[in-house]
Design a binder for this molecule. Structure first.
Ligand code: EPU
Length: 439
């Protein structure tokens, strides 16, 4: 069933308080679920967030012969048949991350046919690095009628030295795909310029628990010694660092004490550093982070880059905070230079933002005012919710199906913190395309 065109109505300008628990990381769960394709043994994945993108990934796996059952937030998965190795357009168009079945399928079945994921509102999103990396392992790839058709050569994939750097640096899902393929290739692989994101580390650790031999994940050089087969696994997905960042920024913009539980502070260092520079105090106790009411934030200069630098997925939310900071902030996007869709909508709320050449200049205003705005992608929607929490009066955000892709029941959880936010059910179905996906 397609999602509906629901809206949020927020009455902002209120302080929040209380505690909110972070869900499992969407961007970890998506490639990790796909490793179930790499073994005949049963796999169990815990702390999987209940999100639309995860449902789509599970549907893709089902199409590929993986039987799945849900129990709470645990997905049990086991390959039942291997007849179909095609991930169809109808599903991949709903979520670009469907492309991360490519490496696992190729490695285990010797062939993979995966719909090309196309662009989305945050930019062009090419797949050249995925293909280049798999070809270096010996895969034979052709692009045909909108599909990536990949097969292993006679004798299978072979380990190789692979440079996986692109014009914007490393790629998270290309690293995931190549890593999965290298795990079942013959011999040793070195991936240079690998993505260092915590989600890549989670994937590598999950694969190691299945019997893979991977070292160096989390650094730009990953080494893999190929193994013949993998066993099943019982894995729990890491907490979602972007969701945690979103809640911390919500605490900061409303000048509130919010406790975010179940966080990995070591995954959030760049975000915490920017908050500190803006004068926002955050107390850290174990896995708990609490925003301390710190008054009006100060302006700051932020540059997004691959991990461990400031994450692009928290850029729009941080821009929301900058709109009410004292002074002029800049935010430079070096991962997806066109990812500024939230700016025009926040301007409708009284923000003063100008965007040019991959940079937003944000002149802080005293107050935002509620307005009707439209969500265009996942993180832009989160930014509009944050802005709406701070704005005076009513903010109505349409097309919130985007936010449902990456935040579980966000309005219910924010209400528990005292936010006045309601979901208004829409009558029309949302379009089933990845054009606004950004996932
Ligand atoms: N790139 C290439 N060639 C490729 C692949 C990527 O040039 O073959 C470029 C991209 O155009 C971009 C940069 O490399 O400029 C980084 O893109 P990356 O491949 O790392 O993005 P991704 O793996 O497709 C994941 C997340 C995104 C997140 C990015 C960057 C998942 C499912 N998605 O996408 O998450 O923004 O990494 O950190 O893991 C989100 O959750 O809102 C989201 C968009």
């Amino acid at each position: 069933m397609l999602p509906r065109m629901d809206s949020f109505v927020i009455h902002g300008g209120r302080k929040l308080s209380g505690s909110i628990a972070v869900s499992g990381a969407k961007n970890s769960a998506l490639p990790i679920l796909a490793v179930s394709l790499m073994t005949d043994a049963p796999c169990s994945f815990g702390n999987v967030p209940l999100l639309r993108d995860i449902q789509t990934q599970v549907k893709i796996l089902n199409t590929l012969g993986v039987e799945t059952t849900w129990q709470g937030r645990t997905v049990r998965a086991r390959v039942k048949d291997t007849y179909n190795s095609t991930a169809p357009y109808e599903l991949v168009k709903q979520m670009r991350a469907g492309v991360c079945v490519l490496g696992p399928l190729l490695a285990r079945r010797g062939e993979a046919v995966v719909s090309m994921p196309g662009g989305c509102v945050i930019g062009e999103r090419p797949i050249d690095l995925h293909l280049r990396g798999l070809e270096a392992l010996g895969a034979v790839i052709e692009l045909d009628h909108g599909y990536i058709k990949a097969r292993t050569p006679a004798g299978g994939l072979r380990g190789a030295e692979i440079y996986l750097g692109g014009k914007f640096g490393s790629s998270v899902l290309a690293t995931a795909n190549v890593l999965c393929a290298a795990v079942l290739a013959k011999g040793a692989t070195v991936i240079e310029c690998a993505a260092c994101e915590p989600e890549v580390v989670d994937l590598a650790e999950c694969l190691n628990a299945m019997g893979a031999k991977i070292t160096g994940a989390g650094s730009p050089r990953i080494r893999v010694q190929g193994v013949r087969r993998l066993k099943g696994v019982d894995w729990s997905v890491i907490p979602d660092r972007i969701e945690a960042a979103t809640f911390l920024i919500a605490g900061a913009i409303t000048n509130s004490a919010i406790t975010v539980t179940g966080c990995r502070g070591d995954h959030l260092m760049a975000v915490l550093d920017v908050l500190r520079q803006m004068g926002i105090k955050v107390e850290r106790k174990g896995t708990t982070l609490t925003t301390v009411p710190s008054g009006r934030p100060k302006a700051c200069e932020v540059v997004t880059l691959p991990h461990p630098a400031f994450p692009t997925d928290a850029q729009a939310q941080m821009m929301a905070l900058m709109t009410i900071a004292e002074g002029t902030s800049t935010i430079t996007e070096r991962v997806f230079p066109e990812r500024f869709m939230a700016a025009a909508e926040m301007k409708r709320m009284g923000a003063r933002i100008s965007v040019a050449n991959g940079q937003a200049v944000v002149q802080g205003v005293d107050k935002l005012s509620g307005a009707e705005v439209m969500a265009s992608d996942l993180r832009a929607s989160a930014a509009l919710v944050i802005a709406g929490l701070a704005a005076e009066g009513e903010t109505r955000i349409s097309r919130v199906y985007h936010i449902d892709r990456g935040y579980e029941r966000i309005e219910e959880r924010l209400r528990k913190l005292g936010a006045r936010i309601q979901r208004i059910a829409g009558s029309d179905a949302a379009p089933a395309t990845a054009s606004g996906t950004a996932g």
